[in-house]
Design a protein around this ligand. Structure first.
Ligand code: ADP
Length: 191
């Protein structure tokens, strides 16, 4: 399976990504996690990315694209993968198309978690207290939501047009959301 999970900041992508990946025996590849690991290790990539992340802006496409290309070339991702946080721009969609085509495979589905914006700000502020992520302050959260609406939400129509979209209600208990996702994806996996 080659899957993407999308949704606005705080929709629960990371949480659901782990369950989906486990269910299908594929790695969950989170660009946010890879960036954060580089930031905490102080690598050149981390130093570059941090400037953008702390402001709630997207890291430049060239940087992100190369990082994803290298990651999906690793052996564990050859049988399939779930991308969490990528693609986020139209140009990243095109890059990813090229990467997948090159391997002779195709994308199986794009899961979109739909959520209530105000509820999600509350979730993120709570996470800020628990995890202390530098980009979980109210101003930066609002900025991330704007950037998502502006640059990433349009991707939903692109994938809908390709017949790949699987829209799932992301509100309610984590378990219930997982069940909804599995119900939708299992049908696709069998076909
Ligand atoms: P969120 O909880 O907002 O979905 P992530 O953990 O996925 O956040 O990403 C955190 C930050 O990492 C983003 O706000 C952005 O600065 C950077 N980032 C992650 N993925 C991408 C991407 N595909 N393109 C550009 N920047 C990215």
């Amino acid at each position: 399976m080659r899957l993407i999970i999308m949704g606005p900041p705080g929709a629960g992508k990371g949480t659901q990504a782990k369950y989906i990946a486990e269910h299908f025996g594929i790695p969950a590849i989170s660009t946010g996690d890879i960036f954060r690991a580089n930031v905490s290790q102080g690598t050149p990539l981390g130093v570059e990315a941090k400037k953008f992340m702390d402001a709630g802006e997207y890291v430049p496409d060239e940087v992100t694209n190369l990082m994803v290309r290298n990651r999906i070339d690793e052996p564990d991702a050859v049988p399939g993968f779930l991308l969490d946080g990528y693609p986020r721009t139209v140009s990243q969609v095109e890059e990813l198309d090229g990467m997948i085509e090159f391997t002779g495979h195709r994308l199986d589905a794009v899961v979109v978690l739909t959520v209530d914006q105000d509820e999600v700000v509350q979730r993120l502020l709570q996470r800020a207290q628990i995890e202390g992520r530098a980009d979980d302050t109210e101003d930066v959260i609002r900025r991330r939501q704007e950037v998502y609406a502006d640059q990433t939400a349009p991707l939903i129509d692109v994938y809908r047009g390709r017949g790949l979209l699987v829209e799932v209600d992301g509100m309610g208990e984590v378990d219930d959301v997982t069940k909804r996702i599995f119900a939708a994806l299992d049908v696709i996996a069998e076909s």
